[in-house]
Each structure stands twice: as C-alpha cells, then as structure tokens.
Design a protein around this ligand. Structure first.
Ligand SMILES: Nc1ncnc2c1ncn2[C@@H]1O[C@H](COP(=O)(O)OP(=O)(O)OP(=O)(O)O)[C@@H](O)[C@H]1O
Ligand SMILES: [Mg+2]
Length: 284
C-alpha cells in the first residue's frame, strides 16, 4: 500500500505573527518499492514533508495515510524508519548494540528476537560486529550514519526515509551509503531520500519529487524530470545517445555506468544471437 497525501498543509507558529505555511495543499502518492528522491531548495519544505510520513508532524489540514493507516498509529511507526541528517543527534545509547536494539525492544520484541534483528540490521547497513560494543558518538560520520541506518532497519520497515544521508561524508563514505541503500532497496524496502546531491543519487532514483516553496513543483520519473527541469545530461547518458545515433539499439533511459554496462551487454548478446540465427542452416 502506498503513502498518500491529499490536500495537506502544514503551518509553523500557527495563528501568530510568525506563522509560516511550510506545506501548501500537497497531493502526493508514493508507491511501495520505489526509490524516491525529494529535491528542492533550502527552506522549500522537504524535511517538513518527510516528518509527516511517520507522524512526527501532523497536517494542519488535509489527510495522509501510510498503507491505509494514520501515520501516528503504532503500526505505521514501526513500518516507517527515519534517518535524520545529523545522525549524531539521533544516537543516544551507550553502545552501538543498545542503539540498534532500542527500536525492537521498545516495540516489545523479546531479547532473542531483538538480537536477531540487531545482527540482521548490522549486516544490512554494512557494519562489522566488532562495532557493537563501541560508543556510537566515538564513530566517524559515515559510521554514525550507518548506525542510524541500522537502528531504522532493525524494525524491518516497509519505508526507509532519509534526510540528506550523504551530505558531509567523504567520497568513500558516500559510496558506502549509496551501495548500502541500493542493496536494501533490492531487498524490497521503499526508499525515500531528501537530497541536494543529485549527482550521487541520480542513478538510483526511480521517482523524483521536487518541492518548491511548500508545493510540489514536479513529480515523475528521472527522465521526465530531466526534460521538465532542463537538467543537463550526465556524460553516460550522452554516450548512450551517441551509440543510439550510430544505430546501436540501446535504451536511452540510462544514467549510470552500471546500467550502461548491463544495457550494452544485453544489446551485444541480442545482436550476436540474431547473427547466429541468420547463419544457422535452415532445417528441412
Ligand atoms: N520548527 C520550525 N519552526 C518554525 N518554522 C520552521 C520550523 N521548521 C521549519 N520551519 C520553516 O518551514 C519552512 C520549511 O522548512 P523545512 O525544514 O521543511 O525546509 P527544507 O526544504 O528541509 O530546507 P533545508 O534544505 O534547509 O533542510 C522554512 O521556511 C523553515 O524556516
Ligand atoms: Mg531539511
């Protein structure tokens, strides 16, 4: 079941001279299994939007449902995992183990079930077991981010929601988080991420939502976004267009080296198969 927002508005400091309409009449639908990027300028309303998904914020008007339920219900809270931009602000336990175990214990799972979930989440977040006894705040930025990720994953969420997960990380840290998210998505979790780093995330995104001054400026596929917003093509997409213009029948909706490699190998084997069939002697 999807996340559905119908005519949702959110105000801060409502009915005061400082009132701010952070979201205005937002209509949105996020399907299960998608990898969604939420883009937009500073102050556009991105963080406000994602805080609605697990009931951290409630709309002042309009309606939001997650899997058909109210997001502030307990069932939804365990189904929507959140990772905030400043992972350090989210970590409060003495050890990494306690940090990751906190959610499952809080939701009433047994010690044994919790332990299984801690190990599973640790592995999903590409962390080593040797890290379990460490103080979370003694870790590097990238490691903290992954502990926050593991804490969210320990509840086996249907939706994983992240706010700027790679901002401030070094290139190796960024790549680790991107690879980890790709893996988690491959296991069936819907991923929704706020990001300024379109370049890093672009190859992974299946749907893009652009928030503009509290409204949805655009929602659609990566390809539609590039056309609508006049985004310059990444070099790999230009190369695919060049191949196509030379008569190689490649798919043009390709934005990463991995996708390009897969597509080229597919087309190559198709061409070779065609040639082999042409040269087969006809059966009598
Ligand atoms: N707790 C708050 N109290 C009052 N105003 C707020 C609060 N949080 C956000 N705002 C305001 O609401 C608007 C939307 O903020 P939000 O944090 O959702 O934007 P954002 O798109 O996440 O921005 P950024 O890219 O800077 O993180 C902004 O004008 C912001 O100043
Ligand atoms: Mg924000």
């Amino acid at each position: 079941m999807p996340i559905i927002l119908e005519n949702v508005s959110v105000f801060y400091s409502k009915n005061t001279p400082l009132e701010i309409a952070a979201l205005k009449d937002v209509n949105l639908r996020i399907e299960r299994g998608e990898f969604v990027g939420i883009l937009g300028e500073k102050g556009a309303g991105k963080s406000t939007l994602i805080k609605l998904f697990n009931g951290l914020l409630r709309p002042d008007s309009g309606k939001i449902t997650v899997n058909g339920l109210d997001p502030s219900s307990k069932q939804v809270k365990s189904k929507v995992g959140m990772v905030f931009q400043q992972a350090a602000d989210q970590l409060f336990c003495r050890t990494v183990y306690e940090e990751i175990a906190f959610g499952p214990l809080n939701f009433g799972y047994s010690r044994k079930e919790t332990e299984e979930r801690v190990f599973e989440a640790l592995e999903a977040a590409s962390l080593d077991r040797s890290m379990l006894s460490r103080d979370p705040l003694s870790l590097s930025g990238g490691e903290m981010q992954r502990v926050a990720l593991a804490s969210a994953l320990a509840l086996r969420p249907d939706y994983l929601v992240l706010d700027e997960p790679i901002t401030g990380l070094d290139p190796a840290g960024k790549k680790e988080i991107l690879d980890t998210l790709k893996k988690i998505k491959g296991q069936g979790t819907t991923i929704i991420t706020v990001t300024h780093n379109l370049k890093g995330f672009f190859p992974l995104l299946e749907k893009i939502i652009l928030v503009k001054e509290g409204r949805i400026g655009f929602q659609g596929s990566r390809k539609e976004y590039m056309e609508a917003e006049n985004v310059p093509l990444p070099p790999i997409a230009s190369m695919m267009r060049e191949l196509s213009s030379r008569g190689v029948p490649v798919n043009l909706a390709i934005f990463s080296v991995e996708e390009a490699l897969e597509e080229i190998l597919k087309v190559k084997s198709m061409i070779e198969k065609g040639k082999a069939e042409e040269t087969q002697p006809e059966k009598l």
